[in-house]
Ligand binder design. Sequence first.
Ligand SMILES: [Ca+2]
Length: 128
Amino acid sequence: MASCPLKCAVEMLVKNFEKYAGGGGCCCRKQPRRISKKDFRKMLTRELNHMLTDTGNKRAADKLICDLDENKDGRISFEEYWTLIGGIASPIASLIRQQEQTWCQKEQPQDWAGGGFSGSWAVCMGVV
Ligand SMILES: [Ca+2]
């Protein structure tokens, strides 16, 4: 297990989705599994509290759900969940690059807003 960090990380992300999308109880797979608003808010506070600020704020959480819910069915599909993961990973990647540059140059840190991340919800939720 320890020799496959990327595979394990992806499996963990998939399992996390399954954990919160499991409330419906449908196992037929004809209906794609989705996370309800209530369970999504639960996931934010339990799983992402250390990565996003304001996870306990219901309005901020609802705005995030609204922004992620592309088909506006009121639930978060796996694809919509993956948008969240990408939205979190992108600023983290920028921060890592910024830290590497700071370590190399020992100069003032660059503004990481130009790292290609454009999700307005991240600004709302305060990706840290
Ligand atoms: Ca949806």
